[in-house]
Design a protein. Structure first.
Length: 207
């Protein structure tokens, strides 16, 4: 009996070591690929050694709390997603809005992701509107793909009828207050998003 118990603990200890190497939140598939047996993973969850963040996404219970859990979960579950609109504004501290869902862009024609938590808002982009202006940020060991501030503002003008023109204008004002204000970058992304004629008068009024 003691031999079997010792073997069980050694398997769990080895699994914990492998999970620590994943450095942060991880998916079931990543743990299995690293060498953790599904049954061992379930045992670790049942014993409270790992915590469930969302369906199929976990973290070790003894690690620090995830600083931006919603973004981490979406990035872990949907690696191709690019955080956009109000969610990106909040990340870049260019809005007074508190996002109640994670907004992200995926390619037109891509399968709609299924995720139980957090609430999500899916937007379909194509061409440069999808590929331009992407930044990679590391949060709790997970790479978050998110549009840069200038691209985010252009997107907000493009989706002004959906999110509200007041949000787009507030973002532009907060961006203008920064030291790194770059009107040429704003115009570049405005052209990509086909909102240059709409944005230019507001930019000229600020310069």
């Amino acid at each position: 009996m003691k031999k079997e118990l010792g073997k069980k603990y050694s398997v769990c200890d080895k699994a914990i070591e492998l999970i620590r190497q994943l450095d942060g939140a991880f998916r079931t598939a990543e743990a299995i690929k690293a060498g953790v047996h599904p049954q061992t993973l379930y045992a670790l969850l049942h014993s409270g050694i790992i915590e469930r963040l969302s369906r199929g996404v976990y973290k070790l219970a003894d690690t620090e709390q995830v600083s931006q859990p919603d973004l981490v979960i979406v990035a872990t579950r949907i690696p191709q997603a690019v955080i956009c609109l109000v969610s990106a504004l909040a990340f870049h501290e260019m809005t007074s809005q508190i996002p109640h869902e994670v907004s992200f862009a995926i390619a037109k024609g891509a399968e709609t992701p299924r995720i139980d938590f957090p609430p999500i808002s899916v937007h379909r982009f194509s061409g440069e509107a999808l590929t331009a202006g992407i930044q990679n940020h590391e949060i709790d060991g997970v790479t978050i793909r998110i549009f840069c501030p200038e691209k985010t503002i252009a997107d907000c003008f493009k989706f002004r009828n959906k999110i509200g023109m007041d949000i787009a204008l507030e973002a532009l004002k907060l961006y203008k207050a920064r030291k790194g204000f770059n009107s040429s970058e704003l115009i570049k992304f405005a052209r990509i998003c086909r909102v240059e004629k709409i944005m230019r008068p507001y930019l000229e009024a600020m310069i």
